[in-house]
Design a protein around this ligand. Structure first.
Ligand SMILES: *Cc1c(COP(=O)(O)O)cnc(C)c1O
Length: 402
């Protein structure tokens, strides 16, 4: 690929449709209520836990499925002073929607439109020598100073510079800062196992980061924002808070350490609620195979309920036979296979359910409803994936206390 050609248009960021606050849900197959007040309160709680450290709210992946722009506003209302996304397109979508707070973006390939990003006052992560060189070239072409955060790999083994690359970048960054080409506002790294607080790698990465900060200081770099703590470290490891914490999943009221405690344990509450409506309820004899492959066979005469959500909506196909749902206060697991657009529940012969009744897929831990964590545990994944994959076919309805 020829990287010297002009940049293609940035892809737009796909977003689900939005229902007005208080809109009726009659006639909808399913919808997700997103409680922006919960997000605001969660950020405020994280800010309290972080003490003197600032909060950078991570809103990548359409804010973990909760909606980039509304969540940006709620996080800032809760006291976040910085936002972070993965892709440039996400950062630019936030700017296009009028979000003016500082935004860090850390995932772009060579040839990305960094001049455009600098022009929109985005903060660029520099995690490789080529990235620093491209940022410098873009800033020079604009005759301006690019605000950057150096990204260090302290042992995650993923993004960020290490070893000779890092040593060279610190020297180059100091020189570029002296020339006024970049402002090294921050320096950051990311944990491999912060969700296992006493894992030896946690301490080792903190020590490596401290050594890198000393190296940076020796070449004359004094970044004002040193940051390391994701949600797990924000909640469990005050020694990693430094100047700013960088929580993602916890701002949505999900626990990154479910074995230690759920959201309530940490003073957080879930922001996403997913509800569907039964589109059919029908009587069924014993011995009837249900859904593709007939993996489930009714053990007795019963009533089947059809739920109009499937893997096209982000219901994992691996949740076949195990995904939890609640109807009229009773907990069920999906009967048989998850299809593209629907799943079936065996409601029991005595169920009062009728077509149009509500089915709770993701609710509140405190109310005893199925949660994203229950789904994750049922299929062997993490709650992050459950909420983030909720598809754009499910409209979002934002709730906010006025
Ligand atoms: C996603 C991400 C975070 C947020 O992690 P959570 O576990 O969701 O709090 C923080 N920093 C980086 C670099 C990330 O990629």
């Amino acid at each position: 690929m020829d990287l010297s050609t002009p940049h293609p248009e940035l892809p737009s960021v796909a977003t689900p449709s939005v229902l007005p606050q208080g809109a009726s849900t009659v006639g909808l197959s399913a919808w997700a209520d997103i409680d922006l007040t919960a997000i605001r309160d969660n950020v405020a709680q994280l800010a309290r836990l972080a003490g003197d450290a600032d909060v950078m709210a991570v809103i990548k992946g359409d804010a973990y499925g909760h909606g980039l722009v509304p969540v940006a506003g709620a996080a800032l209302a809760g006291g976040a002073t910085y936002l972070a996304v993965a892709q440039l397109a996400e950062a630019r979508a936030a700017r296009a929607a009028g979000v003016s707070a500082p935004i860090l973006t850390w995932l772009y390939p060579p040839g990305a439109d960094l001049a455009g990003a600098i022009g929109e006052d985005l903060t660029l992560s520099a995690g490789a020598p080529w990235a620093l060189a491209e940022i410098a070239a873009a800033a020079r072409s604009l005759g301006t100073t690019a605000r950057i955060h150096l990204k260090v790999d302290t042992g995650l083994g993923r993004g960020g510079a290490w070893r000779e690359d890092l040593a060279g970048m610190l020297v180059d960054a100091a020189r570029l800062e002296a020339e006024g080409v970049v402002d090294v506002e921050g320096i950051f790294s990311h944990f491999a196992s912060a969700d296992v607080p006493d894992h030896p790698s946690v301490r080792a990465q903190q020590e490596t980061f401290a050594a890198v900060l000393a190296d940076a200081d020796r070449v004359g770099l004094r970044p004002r924002l040193r940051h390391l703590a994701n949600s797990a470290a924000t909640l469990t490891n005050p020694s990693a808070h430094l100047d700013m914490v960088r929580p993602g999943v916890s701002i949505y009221g999900l626990s990154p350490v479910p074995d230690i405690g759920g959201p309530t344990h940490f003073g957080l509450r879930e922001a996403m609620r997913v509800t569907a409506r039964l589109i059919a309820v029908k009587d069924c004899p014993a011995g009837q195979g249900v859904s593709y492959g007939h993996q489930y066979v009714t053990p007795a005469e019963t009533r089947l309920g059809l739920v109009p959500l499937g893997y096209a909506d982000g219901i994992p196909r691996h949740a076949s036979g195990v995904g939890p749902m609640q109807v009229h206060g009773r907990r069920y697991t999906i009967a048989g296979r998850v299809c593209m657009d629907q799943v079936v529940l065996d409601l029991g012969a005595d169920s009062p359910a009728a077509a149009g009744d509500e089915v709770v897929l993701i609710g509140r831990e405190a109310a005893g409803e199925p949660t994203a964590q229950d789904w994750a545990a049922a299929i062997g994944t993490i709650n992050y994936e459950i909420v983030t994959r909720l598809g754009p076919r499910v409209p979002r309805r934002y709730l906010e206390e006025s």
